[in-house]
Design a protein around this ligand. Structure first.
Ligand SMILES: *[C@@H]1O[C@H](CO)[C@@H](O)[C@H](O)[C@H]1NC(C)=O
Ligand SMILES: *[C@@H]1O[C@H](CO)[C@@H](O)[C@H](O)[C@H]1NC(C)=O
Ligand SMILES: *[C@@H]1O[C@H](CO)[C@@H](O)[C@H](O)[C@H]1NC(C)=O
Ligand SMILES: *[C@@H]1O[C@H](CO)[C@@H](O)[C@H](O)[C@H]1NC(C)=O
Ligand SMILES: *[C@@H]1O[C@H](CO)[C@@H](O)[C@H](O)[C@H]1NC(C)=O
Length: 624
């Protein structure tokens, strides 16, 4: 019901803003210039792919980080130029997106209704195969907008192999989008069978139904589809980690009947760059997050229209690259420059982004950060940790409920409530949403013995497997608390399961072989990925960034009488984590009925409001 109305409103908005907008620019006007850095080239194949995932509304690119400063309009130009290049070589190029396009950036979250600008901007890119992520399904009206707007915008490309939606008008469950598609590439005539999956997600609103992958692969339609003899390549796109039980299952299901046909997987969800080798003819690529990365993949040696190879006898070669999302990389890989690179369509998309940002006043400054605050680039606790800042400054200053005057509070906040770093300098309306996009508020339990309440965060920060509760539906209990980048080890999927699940492994994943000894000129800190393909995947040769593990949750004691240890406290927590807090409370020996004995704390204030209020009061730009 929301769909059609949203549209007419968004179009009107665009028209009315076009008059007073500054002139056309390919890059967002406030974006930094990309930095010159050493690059690795792409290796083209018969079939080439560009891949984005977990963009979470960052279609304006990163306005404070030169390495990721290209916007969706630049990406539109890039895809066009890459397609032209492929065609000139008689090859094909396909564009893939694997979901979580919504939530996490002011461009999505700050419009009302949410996402009206994003829908229009996204559709400017020609995408060949795309699917939904979990964030498209948390809220009823988000999935309905997906159904009424994004699916039609990408008709013929959007796939939903294991998602149904309760149709808002007929109230019957229907596929969110077609289950699969078969198509033949234009230049090489490669016959592709494509699917679009979501991992076994359970926290969706009850208007969507996510079928566990294990069941989907047993469905008659799936079994019939994979038996199609006229298939040169299986293409599995999904909002699924490339190292996961779900992709293992799909791989095995296909291999059980098609042991010799190449399979290309594209995945996401963990927000990391990753590449998986399933066997010599099956690989998977995950391309990071937040428009930091455009994944590139090429395959050579496939069966084509001119050469129907005997697949059993040939082994194709696969090549992957993680392209930093900036114009310097884009120019390099296309062999073009600032005059020859942009397309009119790309520039129009950049202008649409600029107009949308102006309409939403995303450049409005709320204050100026005196220093950088990091999620995981700084140790926790430390002066540079965003979590220490929350614990020591923001929560103690801001957390109080009028009806509980004088009562000390112990606040529990999951680290996943913060989604991005804060950079020294202007903290804008845009920063508000990148740092804390969620709409969660606080709830509390009155007057809990302090000695028990203080145990809760300890319990929440223990290894997740210690906490699995037979009564709870959660199988990996604490994994929903930390930012997704940290889920890698709490899920313990291959290849991590074979290693000690500790921070060092995660460091291996994101940090480098290269020692940063300043001997290579122009190296800037950035991704230095190690994956199943080795350590040469990143297009830009970076110096490494150190990366520290964060706990699942942090806590702050808010009390007017501190440092005296209180006897009882109000146990305050972010409402999103109530089920986790309830379970931990049980372990701590607290007998609380969370369905009955909890109430809203600071009514009508969200966590984001609280952080923003603190910044407005404490970070004065004239001082900085
Ligand atoms: C969903 O509903 C909420 C609450 O009314 C609203 O703020 C939000 O913008 C809606 N989202 C969409 C995608 O329509
Ligand atoms: C879905 O959830 C709503 C509350 O959000 C509830 O009223 C409704 O009965 C639920 N429907 C089903 C089929 O469980
Ligand atoms: C770009 O925008 C201009 C002005 O709105 C329009 O005339 C033109 O057709 C657009 N071009 C493309 C390729 O979308
Ligand atoms: C610095 O790095 C270069 C190449 O990355 C390497 O050859 C050299 O040995 C290193 N020097 C030191 C002192 O580590
Ligand atoms: C910021 O600082 C300046 C000068 O110190 C002062 O005049 C102004 O009132 C301050 N603004 C806020 C919002 O605190």
């Amino acid at each position: 019901m929301v769909g059609p109305q949203i549209y007419s409103f968004s179009l009107l908005t665009f028209v009315s803003f076009t008059h007073w907008i500054s002139p056309l620019l390919a890059l967002q006007p406030s974006a930094p210039e990309p930095v010159v850095a050493p690059l690795r080239d792409l290796k083209w194949g018969q079939l080439n792919f560009l891949h984005t995932t977990d963009t979470h509304g960052w279609l304006a690119g990163h306005l404070q980080e030169p390495s990721y400063s290209a916007d969706w309009g630049d990406y539109v130009s890039f895809a066009t130029r890459m397609r032209e290049k492929a065609e000139a070589q008689g090859q094909d190029l396909l564009v893939i997106d694997t979901g979580d396009r919504v939530e996490g950036n002011g461009l999505y979250d700050s419009s009302e209704p949410k996402g009206i600008f994003i829908s229009e901007i996204l559709r400017q890119q020609h995408i060949d195969v795309l699917c939904a992520g979990n964030h498209e399904l948390y809220k009823r009206n988000t999935s309905e907008t997906e159904f009424f707007t994004t699916v039609p915008n990408f008709r013929g490309s959007y796939l939903a192999s294991n998602i149904d939606i309760v149709h808002p008008r007929t109230t019957t469950a229907v596929p969110l989008a077609p289950r699969f598609k078969k198509f033949i590439t234009e230049n090489q005539g490669i016959r592709i069978l494509a699917f679009g999956f979501l991992f076994d997600f359970t926290k969706n609103d009850n208007n969507t139904i996510v079928q566990p992958v294990e069941e989907t692969v047993k469905e008659y339609w799936f079994q019939e589809a994979i038996r199609d003899e006229d298939t040169d390549l299986f293409l599995v796109v999904g909002h699924v980690p490339v190292h996961s039980k779900e992709y293992d299952m799909i791989f095995k299901a296909i291999r059980a009947v098609r042991w010799h046909i190449p399979i290309q997987f594209f995945g996401g969800h963990y927000h990391i760059r990753d590449f998986a080798r399933y066997d010599s003819k099956a690989f998977g690529l995950a391309s990071g997050r937040f428009m930091e990365t455009v994944g590139f993949m090429s395959i050579d040696g496939l069966s084509t229209k001119t050469q129907r190879a005997i697949p059993a006898l040939s082994t194709p070669s696969f090549h992957r690259r993680y392209i930093d999302n900036n114009l310097y990389s884009f120019y390099h890989h296309t062999g073009l420059d600032q005059n020859t690179f942009p397309t009119e369509h790309g520039q129009n998309a950049s202008r649409l982004i600029q107009q949308s940002r102006s309409a939403l006043q995303l450049d409005k400054v709320h204050g100026c950060a005196p220093q950088n605050y990091w999620m995981s680039r700084a140790k926790y606790p430390s002066e540079d940790s965003i979590y220490t800042w929350l614990e020591k400054q923001v929560l103690p200053d801001m957390l109080r409920d009028e009806s509980r005057v004088g009562m000390p509070a112990l606040a529990v906040v999951n680290t996943g409530a913060i989604r991005f770093d804060i950079f020294k300098g202007p903290f804008t309306q845009d920063s508000t949403f990148t740092v804390s996009p969620f709409t969660s508020g606080f709830r509390y339990v009155k007057s809990v013995p302090y000695d028990k309440a203080i145990l809760i965060v300890d319990i929440l920060n223990k290894q997740p497997q210690i906490l699995t509760d037979a009564d709870a539906e959660e199988t990996y209990f604490a994994s929903g608390l930390a930012p997704p980048e940290h889920l890698v080890y709490s899920h313990g999927t291959a290849p991590y399961a074979s290693l000690d699940r500790n921070v060092a492994d995660y460091h291996k994943k994101q940090t480098p072989l290269l020692s940063s000894n300043n001997s290579t000129p122009n190296m800037v800190p950035g991704y230095t990925t190690i994956d199943d393909g080795g350590s040469d995947g990143d297009d830009t040769i970076h110096s490494p960034i150190s990366f520290f593990r964060v706990p699942n949750c942090i806590q702050a004691l808010v009390s007017s009488e501190s440092p005296v240890v209180p006897e009882a406290v109000d146990l305050v927590y972010i409402d999103f984590i109530q089920s986790y807090v309830a379970l931990a409370a049980k372990y701590a020996g607290l007998d609380i009925d969370f369905a009955r004995d909890t109430d809203v704390y600071m009514p009508s204030k969200t966590f984001t409001d609280l952080v923003l209020d603190w910044i407005k009061h404490n970070w004065n730009c004239t001082d900085a």
